[in-house]
Design a protein around this ligand. Structure first.
Ligand code: SF4
Ligand code: ZN
Length: 738
């Protein structure tokens, strides 16, 4: 343990706590102790206070207590001659720093300057945390990097974040080095920075780094089901992060000539000490004292002098991250970090589909002798023959063969086309089937991206992800406006055949359901049971997906579970399913009802697409999705509701569900099904409109669609009941829910 680090970190912590005290005193003088203090869109109050102190900060006055606790953690600054054999005081200083930084950052929301400013995004709300959390859970994102400072040149900055994006590592950015922040360097280079691209600029001050740590703290509370409250819980949250959140800090300095202790300020050391508490190691390109022995972190704590070009590899080693970089034979970078990237009209070279031209994607199985593995054929003009700014048709026909392949898997693989194509840097892809919309950017075109590269991406990815069921893949791409018509008709016929087949499949038709335990890496006691009529609550796994996934990897997260004797056909309970969940929930749950919201419902991990909750006053149920940030008629926003039902525990009256389940005949059928639904956000209602109307038609209640209220009709139970009475909603007259 280095004495220099200890004194710098402790000195930095003293300074940070003083800064927080001053800012707080000023805010109290201006606004009074009773003024409300909060971050937007979170149910976790100020997460660092909640985690470390179990304190639910709501008013400015509460922060005085937080800072008193922070003070208690501050040891005297050791003289530079003093040798500290252990990390204790440094870690405490780190914790105090985080409390102080959380104070400073949250005060900005009250007194300004606004933390959301230009490129800077400020605090991450719970809805985004959940959306991104599922990617950490299912391994799409191996971890996150918090970058503090800046690189020497803009080119280095771009290369570094491109490298992280290619490895699908989420990037948080805060602080600066000599006045320069890496996010500013990226902005100068025109790099898109937001949650869609995995590049998240928090703030220019080092204090904004606390947002990366309050994100980590909430991950443990959201997905790990760790209840905050006391020191033991705080320790659990920190351990959870050490074990499951694969994060690291990159402390970068832009100026090689300035001595290390002058560029990596005491405040930065103190913040780094805070991160080490979480088990997040610090890797730097600067010559700072190293802390090598293991203890808190899995391996080294602080590693110095690593050139920026080697820093990702070194950081991955230090954090014990296994990262595979897929080499796809295309001229642009490829990785999940590019998945959400948009291509704006000004940056577009050519586009396909959308409202402009015919476009479709279809994946079919074929006899093995009809497929040339790796074959790519472009039928119609290549990109060189296309005019900049124009729209062309695009038919993508993928044909696969494999001994273990079943026709049912076609749609499972086909749905992945979106993700695969989107992961190419400079390519925008939206939709599926015959409603796709694709853009190729000028930049990708300049780098040599061709139409045929869509084929290269699909062939490489399908071989990589589905090697156990696919032996051969070939791709035909049609860009000729005349030649696309017939195949597009054929594709439409296939889609509708498939829909009929799947829509007709009921829970009674099958003997096995599938489990999904993917989320156990984050919510160790949670199990999803996926049935033909109730998909996983994240919306990403249908019964067929799970079946294919089992075929692909028998030891993967999905296994078949025989239903066994039916104990209750109405509520949806089976003997073997009960036995299975008792085992897999580590004894936390003995049984559940698949079709009930009230009686022993299924549990939730944290990544549900929607929450269904009963509205007692209306004798009905409301459904809210995570994109809706307004108030719901149960008096809670999505984020507050979500905070109450995650972590793998049963919460009668509330369930986390996938959007598709809403229009399923098994949707809370124990309580009367779809007729119970009294409220949902307008956007959700529109999104699932076609399926919902089809379902209502089945039961001869088409008129119910317009009676379901939205935020435009009611945002409180009283107004809701009033509205339901006005439109004559059937829920009011149904059997009493409670
Ligand atoms: Fe997690 Fe359930 Fe989705 Fe599986 S199906 S990824 S366990 S939410
Ligand atoms: Zn989950």
């Amino acid at each position: 343990m280095s004495k220099i680090i200890a004194s710098a970190a402790i000195r930095g912590a003293h300074r940070m706590v003083e800064r927080a005290e001053e800012a707080l005193a000023k805010a109290i003088a201006e606004k009074g102790k009773d003024t409300k203090i909060e971050y937007p869109d979170t149910a976790y109050f100020l997460p660092i206070m909640l985690m470390l102190l179990g304190q639910k900060v709501q008013k400015l006055g509460d922060l005085e207590e937080s800072l008193q606790e922070a003070r208690k953690l501050l040891a005297e600054v050791p003289s530079d001659e003093l040798w500290l054999p252990y990390l204790g005081d440094t870690l405490d200083a780190g914790a105090a720093t985080l409390l102080a930084e959380e104070t400073i950052e949250s005060l900005k929301y009250l007194t300004g300057p606004s933390p959301v400013d230009g490129i800077w995004l400020g605090f991450t709300g719970d809805p985004t945390l959940r959306l991104q959390g599922i990617k950490l859970v299912d391994g799409r994102m191996p971890g996150f990097a918090a970058i503090v400072g800046a690189t020497k040149t803009n080119e280095e900055a771009v290369a570094l974040v491109r490298g992280l994006q290619e490895r699908s590592i989420l990037v948080f950015m805060a602080g600066h080095s000599g006045g320069k922040a890496i996010a500013e360097q990226l902005a100068e280079e025109g790099i898109q920075m937001d949650w869609d691209t995995f590049l998240v600029p928090y703030g220019k001050e080092i204090t904004a780094a606390v947002h990366a740590l309050n994100f980590a703290a909430r991950s443990a509370m959201t997905f790990g089901g760790v209840e905050p409250g006391d020191l033991k819980a705080a320790r659990e949250i920190l351990l959870y992060n050490k074990k499951r959140v694969h994060a690291f800090v990159l402390a970068l300095d832009s100026d090689p000539d300035v001595p290390a202790d002058q560029v990596l300020t005491d405040e930065k050391y103190a913040t780094a000490a805070g991160a080490i508490n979480f088990g997040f190691p610090v890797v730097s390109d600067v010559n700072i004292p190293e802390i090598l022995p293991t203890g808190i972190c899995t391996y080294e704590h602080v590693v110095a002098n690593v050139p920026v070009k080697d820093i990702i590899t070194r950081a991955a080693e230090v954090r014990g991250l296994t990262i595979k970089v897929e080499k796809i034979p295309i001229p642009v970078p490829f990785g999940s970090g590019f998945e959400g990237e948009r291509v704006r009209k000004e940056d577009m070279y050519v586009q396909f589909g959308g409202k402009y031209t015919d476009a479709f994607e279809l994946l079919r199985m074929k006899p093995i002798d009809q497929i040339v593995d790796g074959g790519i054929e472009v039928i119609g003009p290549e990109i060189d023959a296309m005019k900049e700014g124009d729209a062309y048709p695009l038919g993508v026909l993928v044909e696969v063969a494999g001994r273990e392949f079943q026709e049912d898997f076609e749609s499972v693989l086909e749905r992945r086309i979106h993700e695969y194509i989107s992961c190419a840097n400079g390519i925008f892809h939206m939709g599926q089937r015959s409603i796709t919309w694709v853009r190729i950017s000028k930049d990708a075109h300049a780098k040599g991206f061709k139409i045929k590269h869509f084929g290269d991406i699909l062939i490489a990815k399908i071989h990589n992800d589905f090697s156990s069921i696919v032996d051969r893949v070939q791709v035909r791409i049609i860009t000729d406006p005349d030649k696309i018509k017939a195949p597009m008709e054929e594709a439409r016929r296939v889609y509708s055949e498939r829909d009929d087949r799947i829509a007709g499949m009921t829970d009674e038709d099958v003997d096995v359901f599938y489990s999904c335990t993917l989320c156990q890496s984050y919510a160790p006691d949670h199990v999803c049971i996926v049935t033909p009529q109730r998909l996983g609550l994240c919306g990403a796994y249908t019964w067929l997906d799970c079946k294919a996934s089992y075929q692909i990897d028998e030891h993967g997260p999905n296994e078949p579970v025989e239903k066994g004797a039916c104990l209750d056909p109405v509520k949806g309970q089976w003997q073997n399913i009960n036995d299975y969940i008792a085992l897999k929930s580590n004894g936390n749950l003995e049984r559940f009802n698949a079709y009930s919201i009230l009686e022993e419902p299924m549990t939730s991990c944290g990544c549900f697409e929607c929450i269904a909750a009963i509205v007692p006053e209306a004798n009905g149920v409301m459904v809210v999705d995570r994109d809706f940030q307004g108030m719901t008629p149960v008096g809670m926003k999505f984020s507050t509701l979500a905070g109450q039902i995650g972590g793998g525990t049963q919460t009668p009256g509330f369930i986390g569900i996938g959007k598709l389940y809403i229009s399923s005949p098994k949707f809370i059928s124990a309580e009367g099904g779809i007729e119970r639904v009294v409220w949902m956000p307008k956007a959700l209602k529109q999104e699932i409109g076609d399926r919902l109307k089809a379902r209502l038609k089945q039961i001869g209640k088409e008129d119910l669609f317009d009676r379901i209220a939205t935020e435009e009709d009611a945002d409180s139970p009283d107004k809701l009941v009033e509205h339901l009475q006005k439109v004559g909603h059937p829920a009011l007259a149904m059997d009493a829910l409670l």
